[in-house]
Design a protein around this ligand. Sequence first.
Ligand SMILES: Nc1nc2c(ncn2[C@@H]2O[C@H](COP(=O)(O)OP(=O)(O)O)[C@@H](O)[C@H]2O)c(=O)[nH]1
Ligand SMILES: [Mg+2]
Length: 466
Amino acid sequence: MNNLFTFNDTIAAISTAQGASGIGIVRLSGKEALEIVDKIFLPKDMAKPSDFKSYTLHYGWIVAGCRRKPNIIDEVLLTVMRAPKSYTREDVVEINCHGGIVSLRSILELVLANGARLAAPGEFTKRAFLNGRIDLAQAEAVLDIIQSKTEASLRLSNEQLKGALSDGLNNIRKSILDILSLLEASIDFGEEEDATKTKNGRLTSRIRSINNQLKQVLDSASIGRLLREGVSVVICGRPNVGKSSLLNALLKEERVIVTPIAGTTRDIIEETLDIRGIPVKIADTAGIIEPRDLAEHEAVNRARRYFGKADLIVLVFDASKSLTKQDKILIRKINSRPAIAVLNKIDLPLKIKKADLKPYFKKIVELSALKLKGIGALEKALLDMVLGGRPIEAEPAMISSLRQKDCIVRAFNFCAEALNLAKCGWSQELIAESLKGAICSLDEITGRKVSDDLLDKIFSEFCVGK
Ligand SMILES: Nc1nc2c(ncn2[C@@H]2O[C@H](COP(=O)(O)OP(=O)(O)O)[C@@H](O)[C@H]2O)c(=O)[nH]1
Ligand SMILES: [Mg+2]
């Protein structure tokens, strides 16, 4: 894994977001990166990039055409990072130019015309992985950092990039390897009848300890995924109960139009809140029950879809009015899905009491979206439902993706199988086979053993330029 791959081509891409901005970066990586910029960079002191020292910054211009009559494309700063101490472990050049679309594209085109190839999504990070600078879990962390929605998920991804997860898994892997070598020694050399019994006891306790460690990693998965992916919450309720007002109150801004006219909200409005580090994607829906026209018909369909796929439902009632038939229909629709009832408009004289809803909901929150009273209580109720009593603290070796979780589950199952075989005194070859299965599953997380298809799939989620 640690040997350098030799890629014959040099890749290039715009590494900053597309659109007008202060600066933009075109990045090159590969054997010819310096040679290519030699042809297009005109430094103030007329030196050549291929003579530049690593980790140095140079002022000059990107030019097209010959050096005597250059056509200036942009004024830039050029950074050189030589192999192997670079992001990809290859020669890397970053051209810091002005962040206009035309400037960035012109420089990229020039770089491509001079011998570079346009990088595929995630190809720089893929090279970093293939060249052994980072493992697959760390490569995934790079993507997570870019996509982090809250500070807590950013912290988790940074731990993973530093190698916390990989270190934890490598320790478990090493313990399994230790057992395997013991097993193999006795497979080869045979064993006395008496000694086998005590040895079996030791063997089962060692496998059990590995099982416990894997279980711990697995337990961290749900919080890890929660921090990374967040939860989706849908706000439902009949028209005019204050759904849009509630979303505005949660967002602390006037995001959605609120009027006393029923049917004001026709589209789904979706925003992400940060509740104690968990990204909560919250959607306000149209409260229409009987659509009057095509637009309302579509609004109802969309609301249904959101209702169907949300992790959690917030059903809003107007506490200043008695429960209506429409309210009751919605209560029935909740069935046994995770839901919180919100009694809104408690600033007005009340017609519904908490007790009226007790039979249907585990959590009921009274609030006033208009007067901003009780919003904190709703946030707390949301968090309680989502966490189900688990602590929110991010552990260092936390798994964050479904892919990683699948691998750990497989490793755990293999170990559980090995434990059973050992307990029942089955042959050591069989136990060894199961343990090897566990190692293979762990290796898929760090990428020690991974198929090209899976690599392609993982890196295709990256943006071009990363
Ligand atoms: N008194 C009072 N009025 C509210 C409260 N929440 C919303 N409203 C009013 O109820 C009406 C409907 O609100 P809106 O958020 O558009 O309801 P939606 O149709 O469920 O989205 C508006 O006139 C709001 O000002 C509240 O807590 N107290
Ligand atoms: Mg509304």
